[in-house]
Design a protein around this ligand. Structure first.
Ligand SMILES: Cc1cc2nc3c(=O)[nH]c(=O)nc-3n(C[C@H](O)[C@H](O)[C@H](O)COP(=O)(O)O)c2cc1C
Length: 309
């Protein structure tokens, strides 16, 4: 019998968020899913998280917005997206025909923006959950400003919680003094799950031109080098909250994902690894399946948190 990889990410929500397996794609690295549907069977994944969506369409920050460093990528996309109305009209009907859940990542400049987005997305066919992005390091207003401290993070969470019955995941920033405190405040404010981490703050300077490589100066840094940092944060947060934790940051293969699961993550998100290998998320899934078969593990739940020591 093949192992049971299914996982419930919103056990306290009456609608629930049941994934057939724990492998998700992370926001901003997998478009709307449609872009990858022709490259491999994306329906096999646990869930897709789409690019951050704002109340109005956004063109994002001026180019250049990506810069490759010795060990990783700086990005300053600035939340370029089609806006919530176009998402509901053009993308959700496609997702409604898919068997895997699609989660919409939302971002705003104010608490009201988040509440409005959550209420517009409530009861839209094809949308199974919301991921609240209070952790984007490369936008002026909102973004990580809400995620750095417990009280503003809880305020956004409460507003979203009151505006929708959809499962609510809140995505945490590593750019904070104590990620545990923020996570606890968010869980108490009604989040069904937390995901972590978003990018670290980073920058690069062109020493010939004597100016920052990216116009927006401070960017989001992602890299396989993030993994130990993200893993430690997942470990800490999973020990502090009683809602499911979704691990993300530097995952390039199944072994990485298994480390997150054993640290206490119920699911994982594959991010920039997709840029090197478009089917990285599927490779991660197949590797987890292979590991479980080899080790005789019947259910994923047996290994969630198994490596906490
Ligand atoms: C180009 C790019 C765009 C991103 N856009 C978003 C976004 O819109 N919303 C969000 O919550 N995270 C966004 N992220 C962060 C990723 O989802 C992920 O949290 C981060 O990159 C760490 O994971 P990784 O090391 O596996 O890439 C983006 C990351 C990259 C590289």
């Amino acid at each position: 019998m093949s192992p049971d990889l299914s996982i419930q990410l919103a056990p306290q929500n009456s609608r629930g968020l049941l994934l057939s397996n724990p492998v998700m794609t992370s926001s901003g690295t997998f478009g709307y899913g449609t872009e990858y549907a022709e490259l491999f069977d994306i329906q096999r994944l646990g869930a897709i998280v789409c690019k951050a969506t704002t109340p109005e369409p956004r063109e994002g920050n001026p180019q250049p917005r990506l810069f490759e460093t010795t060990a990783g990528l700086l990005n300053s996309i600035g939340l370029q997206n089609i806006g919530v109305k176009a998402l509901i009209k053009e993308k959700a009907p496609i997702w409604a025909g898919w068997q895997l859940p699609v989660i919409v990542n939302i971002a705003g400049d104010s608490v009201d923006d988040y509440a409005q987005l959550a209420s517009e997305l409530d009861d839209v066919d094809g949308i199974s959950g919301i991921e609240v992005n209070i952790s984007c390091p490369n936008v002026g207003a909102g973004g990580a400003a809400f995620g750095a401290y417990p009280e503003p993070a809880a305020e956004v969470t409460r507003a979203v919680r009151n505006a929708t019955s959809l499962p609510v995941i809140v995505k945490l920033t590593p750019n904070t003094a104590d990620i545990k405190e923020v996570a606890v405040a968010i869980a108490e404010a009604g989040a069904d799950a937390v995901s972590l981490i978003n990018t670290l703050k980073g920058m690069a300077i062109d020493i010939e031109k004597k100016r920052p490589e990216i116009g927006n100066i401070i960017c989001g840094y992602s890299s396989p080098a993030l993994k130990p940092v993200a893993l430690a944060m997942v470990y800490e947060v999973a020990g502090a909250v009683n809602v499911p934790v979704i691990g993300c940051g530097g995952i390039t293969c199944a072994d990485d994902a298994l480390e997150f699961i054993m640290a206490g993550a119920s699911a994982v998100q594959v991010g920039m690894a997709t840029f090197n290998n478009p089917r990285a998320s599927l490779d991660v899934l197949e590797g987890i399946e292979g590991y479980m078969e080899k080790e005789g593990i019947k259910s994923l739940k047996e290994i969630v948190g198994a490596g906490r020591g």
